[in-house]
Design a protein around this ligand. Structure first.
Ligand SMILES: [Zn+2]
Length: 454
């Protein structure tokens, strides 16, 4: 996610907030306000000392991802004819190389060595039709969007015999079978169609239009022929970033599971999927749980997958609270805390993020005084039948084993004054997301080749 995306908009937003109608409206609303000193001290007292490894257990490699998108008109004269462009960048950082990168005295990053690290990164790109563009003779923009998603998910993003194909990832995450019972084109209910490795496309029995395995993600539902398709592109970007994470993890699970113990995966943003493809969050949660069972069988610690959020409600709250918190403290964001201090809701739902999140949020203020909102995958195969039970269990810290300590240690190691509340690998991935290079799945090639076999 790009940094500093928030803009004041046309005319400057402070002008409109001063408008008396807006002020009157606001007086009738509940929203996040700075806590009073007493409130803030009461909240701060709920934080505890952050765990710290002596010595810290750090991974050998970090894979950090950052996604960006643009949905711009194809040219100035056709402002309503829009293309979507999604780019997911991964940076692979080896701990050994990182040690060479930073001068321990000045904590200055050597720009030449950092540039070298960028050469180990390749963005994976997706181009999609937005409004007013029909792809490959499709009847509608939406049908063309579905076909474009299928074509690009079904393309191999690696070289030669190595594979990174997102339709295969989708199948693997769904026990190799995907079912669709409603036509995405005519929207009629149909007899359930089964999509397997050998049958990725079916014809709708009612309208004869092709239905693709990727329609299961329902990304096309936000697409209209002439409207603004920006939010559909955002959903797609979010889904792709997490599917690629799933793809990396699956590849290593099947080839060298023990390697997963040496790698930390860092996603920029929450461990969650929103909107139409949100159901995918359950599959990722299940996959990570399966990986950790496998690692436990090998007597290894669970894989460190971490979401880092630079913006959002939790960070807004953190910024209001920051000056009241001592350094080196942590707090798990349970639902009650979230509803009392962050979302300001009187009626906490049974389970925050039940349809979207696969990771638990934590707030961590480092010993150097920087504040981070990180997330760790829920340590369960699924969320069970009772949301209230899950809401309690997901915040029982002992269930996370070594992960909280390892997440804090990783953040401490990579926190860097130059990047405001980012850690170096994410900042590198982010910077990389704005550098154009040839598409490819090179990070996965490097990972599997980088001496990971043990
Ligand atoms: Zn149909």
């Amino acid at each position: 996610m790009p940094y500093n995306r928030e803009t004041a908009g046309k005319g400057g937003h402070s002008d409109f907030v001063r408008n008396p109608d807006v002020q009157l409206f606001l007086s009738n609303c509940d929203y996040m306000r700075p806590p009073s000193d007493d409130e803030a001290k009461a909240i701060a007292s709920q934080f505890t000392n952050a765990p710290k490894g002596e010595p810290p257990i750090l991974p050998n490699f970090i894979v950090a991802s950052d996604a960006s998108k643009s949905d711009a008109p194809i040219n100035d004269k056709l402002p309503c004819t829009q293309l979507g462009f999604i780019k997911v960048s991964h940076v692979l950082v080896s701990m050994e190389k990182y040690a060479e990168l930073i001068d321990p005295k000045s904590r200055f990053v050597d720009p030449f060595k950092a540039a070298d690290m960028h050469r180990n990164a390749q963005p994976i790109t997706y181009v999609l039709p937005g409004s007013n563009i029909k792809y490959r003779n499709s009847k509608t923009v939406r049908d063309g969007f579905r076909l474009a998603v299928f074509d690009q998910f079904n393309a191999n993003r690696r070289d030669n015999t190595n594979r990174m194909v997102l339709t295969e990832t989708l199948l693997a995450l769904n026990n190799n079978k995907i079912k669709i019972n409603k036509c995405p084109s005519c929207r009629e209910s149909i007899e359930e169609l089964e999509f397997l490795t050998s049958s990725l496309v079916h014809k709708c029995p009612k309208c004869s239009v092709d239905i693709y395995i990727t329609d299961w993600l329902r990304l096309h539902e936000g697409i209209s022929d002439f409207g603004d398709n920006a939010s559909a592109m955002t959903r797609m970007m979010n889904a792709v970033e997490h599917l690629l994470l799933g793809s990396f993890i699956l590849e290593l699970l099947n080839s060298t599971p023990s390697a997963l113990n040496k790698i930390a995966f860092v996603v920029d943003g929450p461990l969650a999927l929103f909107g139409e493809p949100a159901k995918l969050h359950q599959r990722l949660m299940f996959l990570i749980h399966e990986v950790n069972n496998k690692l436990a069988q090998l007597a290894l610690e669970p894989v460190l997958v971490m979401g880092l959020q630079k913006t959002g409600n939790v960070m807004d709250h953190a910024n209001l609270l920051e000056r009241f918190l001592p350094n080196g403290v942590i707090r798990v964001i349970d639902d009650m805390y979230r509803h009392t201090y962050i979302t300001g809701s009187d009626s906490p739902s049974d389970n925050f993020g039940s349809e979207t999140y696969y990771g638990q949020d934590f707030l961590f203020k480092t010993e150097r005084g920087r504040i981070f909102n990180f997330a760790l995958p829920y340590p369960f195969a699924d969320k069970g039948a009772n949301g209230a039970d899950f809401a309690n269990e997901k915040v029982q810290l002992e269930r996370y084993g070594s992960l909280i300590e390892r997440a804090c240690d990783l953040i401490r190691h990579f926190e860097f004054d130059l990047y405001d509340n980012a850690i170096v690998p994410v900042a590198l991935a982010h910077r990389h997301a704005s550098i154009s290079l040839v598409p490819g799945g090179k990070v996965l090639d490097l990972l599997t080749r980088a001496g990971l076999s043990s």
